[in-house]
Write a protein that binds this ligand. Sequence first.
Ligand code: MEV
Length: 330
Amino acid sequence: MIPIQGNRVDLAPVAEAFGKVILLGEHSVVYGYPALAAGLPQGLRLTAEPLPDSASPIELSIPAWGLDIDLRPGTHHPVAMAAIAVLSACRGPRQGWRIHGETRLPSRAGLGSSAALTVALARLAAPEATLEETIEASMIGERIFHGQPSGLDSAVAARGGLVRFVRGEAPVTLDADIDLPLLILPTGVPRSTGVQVAKVRERRDRLPALIGPVLDALGAAVALGEEAIIANDLNRLGEIMKVSHELLSALDVSAPALDRVVGLAHTHGSPGAKLTGAGGGGCAIAIPPEDPRALLDACAAEGIEPLRVDIRVDRAPETAAEETENEAAR
Ligand code: MEV
């Protein structure tokens, strides 16, 4: 149980959470291997205001995600179920509020939209909670969305920064001076994290002797990738990302649209690209080529709108989470 005191009738006026991009280690992280992920500052901002009728159900709208729902007890809407669960875990109000969300994150695209929502809701209801309590409350909603998630998305949505995450352990901010440019390439194909995670588990259960070594290799890619990031060797990191995409394909979590954008990135000079997040659709990430114009033109010709993200971390371990400065511009 989350040790948050009392039953609040109020919500904080504003709360925010990061989006996330997984650099390396998705899926294998579910089985205890490490993963590397970065917070995206263009996450989610929720604002709350009381409704004139304090007995009305809570209204939740996030226009960018086409979401406009009432949080009524007994609902079967997954977002409403998750939101109610998070608010009740934080002893938040059950009625009488309007919550509005603004975001540049696409939903269901592997960029941590559900974790951003559950973290920001926990912060609205329990602004005084510790980071760990907020992450725990977020996980209650995440389990409704995704089954048994590793906790990586909630940790990054709450903390931001560039972190190494191992299931069940406190995330560690990378101790390095990092300036890591990335292109996020959305396929526009929606997918479900829970379905992809279940698919991997089934394949691992059917073919343990084959899939076990693939998971081992994905774990090894994280260790090598971390070394390449710390050495600021983007070509080596790119090659590790390329191999990771192939390993993730062996888990059956790539998709034709993902292979297409990853191929496009490689054809147009990217040192390396891979799917990010659960796969099956959603987004790929690519290290941009020195001159990205040909790749950007090729994306435009295919109707893909890349998002440029510069992940910057300064060497200051004790304050790195606060000092992480990520900038994103289309
Ligand atoms: C989803 O963003 C990441 C996965 O590794 C699932 C998880 O960590 O829970 C696919």
